[in-house]
Design a protein around this ligand. Sequence first.
Ligand code: SF4
Length: 321
Amino acid sequence: MTVTIDLLNNDPRRAAAARHPEKAHRPDNEIARKPDWIRVKAPTSRGYLETRALVKANKLVTVCEEAGCPNIGECWEKKHATFMIMGDTCTRACAFCNVATGKPAPLDAAEPESVARAVRDMGLTHSVITSVDRDDLDDGGARHIAETIRAIREASPATTIEVLTPDFLRKDGALEIVVAARPDVFNHNLETVPSNYLTVRPGARYFHSIRLLQRVKELDPSMFTKSGIMVGLGEERNEVLQLMDDLRSADVDFLTIGQYLQPTKKHHPVIAFVTPDEFEAYKTIAYSKGFLLVAASPLTRSSHHAGDDFAKLRAARAAAA
Ligand code: SF4
């Protein structure tokens, strides 16, 4: 596994430059003080430490740690962790993301089994698997994701599986490989409104992501689809409402909306802290547009409460039938 974090050097600037070489020469963006409504639990509980020990023992990578997720204290205490497969180094360089970027190591063929063992040992009823972007691989890593789904099914047949995938841009046939492995939830995040793509998510294409989600439903109408965005990146309210319509046109079931938080001075600045009332308003509007489920709050992340939300999704579909 490639180690890109300069742990021997306590200088946060050098550590940040090692994780994000493409951002090292960008001007600094001061990190705004968080408002009172964004408060998180310190990660110190016994459950948190046990989850951390399991992750380390199985040599797993989690997006909870790599992305510096603010919910790690709460989630790990309940043994909810989101595994990040295919290494800890991403081939894209999105302006919001704290995952290390660079040239990734070859895939670890034993990883699907390791993840499946951890899912079984943690007794997870619902597992969430995400990955870095692997533009360097012919299939974008689709076969590896499918193998991980199959390994979890075998080791832990009662566990439901949610995948949060890359966009597989220019990887013909990749999406079909993942859908054929039959995850219970297929999640692909739009991240932000289209007008922000060039600055926030420059390697991606908005309509490709919408089409990817739509194609999942075409391939398997029974599969739940899910997408998420961050707000506070300078988007206009009307753009968020248009994005909701675009997702509904693609038959997406579940929308998550959370506040963008700036990981380092080299990342995109927070343009606005969206208030809890504004999140509630987004939630009401999204439900009126027909989503089966909507999670919208400052600390909503796509994998936050994913197990509980999956149960709600199933119940909402059953009620609508
Ligand atoms: S919200 Fe998701 S990424 Fe964050 S700590 Fe919880 S499971 Fe991990």
